[in-house]
Design a protein around this ligand. Structure first.
Ligand code: ZN
Length: 514
């Protein structure tokens, strides 16, 4: 054993860990109430539920900013037993708890209150402006949101070679910077524009997959049985989780042994139900893969939003939209839906799951064009925060990018820069985590294929355990041990790059649109 392993941890470490585990008991109880609100709660329960959640949030915040934490952290940071190996369990826990404590205590309470009050009004103004296609109405509120975000960024601070965006993004993905994101997004955009031009030309020439799969009307109870079967098959553990229905699918829960997924159903869109279910299963399999002995501490938490999204996107796209998956799943479709799918062949279903159509709306976008929607938002919010773009000029900047990157004319701000709630909620630095997730998914998946062998042959046989086990071992079990960029280097031996995602998209879409 090394000296570090035998050295005794200070009592402060035990006290701190016990304290954060207790805070987690409160916080995770709030998660369960939140899940209930979206799935089962009767509508008239809303007002009382809001009070319950606010009270829990207050208590959790109080525990997270308890002044004793500063002393415990200082003692631990001065202890060799904690710091000698930076990737050891205590070192990781202390590093992450320090970050969380500084975040929770760096904002003056007056600013927290001002942000909360302003964004609550801004959300309302945004909803009205969106309804009326009236950007001018939202404009002063977005100006306030940008100004408040700048003040928040100043409280957090950023590196000398960085910018305000970095300070905000850090709350969603620790360590993520605008320069790092742009370093991957710019080459991605250049190649993606080319691929989308090819796809558009092919579609205009009448080439591309059939849409028949997406036009089927299938009973919702049968769809439920089908997606539940797929969720079990890919390895979501129903003894340690549930799958329910909500308007917006999400993954919540309280613990690695109690993970709550939701999905949604439309009679005429089984593809959406399957995609949403596999996506949330990816999040859920990550949560179930965290180690029980670390729950309530950073070592038992996911790295951040980008890596979480890499897990959901991998199961949704790299697995669920692959030809191999459909050669296993197509006969199952027949088992579950019988005559209703009798007119379809495997090629039509696989093609239908992979149709690409540049459009205006992010949440309706396909696997390839989705990333363009994100890049546009990243470029614009970065420019707003840097002062390179005035809020008044946002609609024109938005529309010209949609034309340039996606080839679409934006007919109204409602279908343009007013479509998303995120900025009105005050969330800046959030959007890129979606595309970072796609990029990490593609890079991790290439590595898994290299290490595990013929994944396609496994999927075609319905064998998903090898991939799941690989993700458990390389990603889930580490909790927050590594930051996302570091994790990527450790697993794949390379920094994050646009190449694996482009290889994945080009390799799939070129033959489909040939
Ligand atoms: Zn997701």
């Amino acid at each position: 054993m090394t000296t570090a392993a035998t050295a005794t941890l200070p009592q402060a470490y035990d006290d701190l860990i016990q304290h954060v585990q207790q805070a987690n008991l409160l916080g995770s109880s709030g998660s369960l109430l939140g899940w209930d609100q979206e799935t089962l709660m009767p509508s008239k329960g809303l007002a009382h539920r809001a009070r319950q959640l606010a009270q829990l949030a207050r208590l959790t915040h109080q525990m997270g900013t308890d002044p004793r934490i500063a002393g415990w952290l200082e003692t631990c940071e001065g202890s060799d037993a904690v710091t000698t190996d930076p990737h050891s369990e205590p070192a990781v826990n202390i590093r992450e708890l320090r970050e969380a404590y500084d975040k929770a205590t760096k904002l003056p309470e007056s600013l927290v209150v001002e942000i909360s009050e302003t964004t609550s009004q801004a959300k309302h103004e945004w909803a009205e402006a969106r309804k009326a296609n009236d950007f001018k109405r939202f404009e002063p509120w977005l100006e306030k949101v940008v100004a408040l975000n700048l003040r928040k960024a100043e409280c957090y601070g950023w590196a000398a070679d960085g910018e305000p965006w970095d300070a905000l993004a850090d709350s969603f993905e620790s360590g993520m910077t605008a320069a790092q994101v742009a370093g991957v997004f710019v080459p991605l955009r250049e190649r993606l524009v080319g691929l989308l031009d090819e796809v558009r030309a092919a579609a205009e020439a009448g080439k591309g997959p059939s849409n028949a799969f997406n036009e089927l009307k299938l009973p919702i109870d049968q769809q439920k049985a089908f997606v539940t079967f797929v969720a079990k098959a890919i390895g979501f553990d129903f003894d340690r989780g549930r799958l329910d229905t909500s308007t917006h699918p999400f993954c919540g829960g309280t613990h690695c042994n109690d993970v709550r997924l939701t999905t949604r159903f439309h009679e005429d869109n089984v593809n959406d139900a399957l995609g949403s279910t596999m996506h949330e299963c990816g999040h859920g399999i990550y949560e179930q893969g965290l180690l029980e002995q670390h729950i309530g501490t950073p070592m038992g938490q996911s790295v951040g939003l980008s890596i979480h999204e890499s897990q959901s996107r991998m199961w949704e796209n790299q697995v669920g939209r692959s030809r191999a998956f459909w050669s296993w799943c197509f006969p199952k479709l027949r088992d579950f839906f019988g005559d209703a799918v009798a007119g379809l062949d495997e090629e039509q279903v696989y093609g239908g799951a992979n149709i690409v159509a540049p459009g205006l709306i992010r949440v309706e976008a396909d696997e390839a064009t989705y990333n363009m929607h994100i890049m546009i938002r990243f470029e614009l919010e970065r420019a707003l925060l840097k002062g390179d773009l005035a809020v008044a000029d946002l609609p024109a900047a938005w529309n010209s990018r949609y034309k340039e990157y996606l080839g679409v004319e934006v007919p109204s701000d409602t279908k343009g820069c007013l479509q998303d709630i995120h900025w009105a909620m005050g969330a800046m630095g959030y959007f890129p985590t979606y595309t970072m997730g796609n990029l990490y998914a593609a890079q991790f998946f290439e590595q898994a294929r290299e290490e595990l062998g013929d994944l396609d042959a496994m999927f075609a046989r319905g064998e998903f355990a090898p991939l799941r086990g690989w993700l458990n071992e390389n990603i889930h079990a580490h909790g927050k041990r590594y930051k996302s960029a570091e994790l990527c280097e450790k697993i794949t031996g390379k920094p994050l790059s646009a190449d694996p995602l482009m290889r994945h998209l080009e390799g799939k879409l070129r033959p489909l649109y040939a």
